[in-house]
Design a binder for this molecule. Sequence first.
Ligand code: ADE
Ligand code: ZN
Length: 348
Amino acid sequence: MTALTSALQRLPKVELHCHVEGTMRPSTVVELAGKNGIALPTEDPTQLYRYTSLDTFLEIFWLVQSVLGDRDDWARLAYESVVDGVEHGLAYRETFFTPARHLDVGQDLADIVAGLAEGLAAAEDETGVRVMLIADIDRAYGPGPGLEMVERLVELRRAGAAGTERVLGLGLDSTELGVDPRDFAAAFELAGREGLRRTSHQGEVTPPTTIQAGIDVLGCERIDHGLSLMDDPELTQRFVDERIPLTVCPNSNIRIANAFPRLEEHPYPRMRERGLLATLNTDDPALTDLDLTEEYRSVMEAFGYTWNDMVAIALDGVEASWLDDDDARALRGRITEEGERLGAELTD
Ligand code: ADE
Ligand code: ZN
């Protein structure tokens, strides 16, 4: 490993767009499939990890998700996701989980949230790294099950159920084509009324009208991906003026959405030059042969960024996060200090 890659690995980083199921180690996929009687088409799941579109990716994501059978499985997944992230400088993460198919087959949201929170707490005790949760609605299941999930989450929060304090917000993911985000307005309205933060995947493979619906109809404070945003200059200006964050995943857009043949063609640098708060994230690292170090390294190389550019990207993650002011200030200080120390080492 070069000195630069090693410095990027050690730079404290924030991640705001990472699906916990998309962090599952291949060995865990195999073990949980065995435990829960799920047939996998191969003994080496990584053989399945090549995609031609978002929807072909989702077929595999759903297969991986299906191996999670009980509370202990969710706890293991959450724990391992943090331990693996810490190896790559993860300092703070707001992570998605998308339980639609588990709820559909009778798992209780209470067990899923309690399991995830238990795994995150164990990893936090060991590593000092905090990870919070965003409950995602799966668009493919439609607005009815989405609203039911939020209603159950609200019920659990009001009852002070185990782990609900880790759930910061509501998100929306999965397939975009043929789905109108406005159909999910009731679920997002309820979440907003209950004090949950809101974000949604929009514009990964759809035009900027869905991004606009995300902020104006669903009340989102952030947009996940937002890849098509710059096709609408007026909407882009609003995002710049209002500092509405985008959680961009450049390598995912190459490997999952197949939006561009090469990373060099991704609009990430143009987004940042335009003044957008475009953060950097991995999306589904274990399903795309990625990690935070490689995301930072490849972006730095593809776009000719300097060390200070990369520190600025890490700091933008803090601004876009839902940390309270004191925690955000502390994390900003840590990234700045480490960034300066590591940068000085590189120029020695
Ligand atoms: N679920 C997991 N990864 C996703 C992505 N990139 N887009 C939509 N839904 C997802
Ligand atoms: Zn995503």
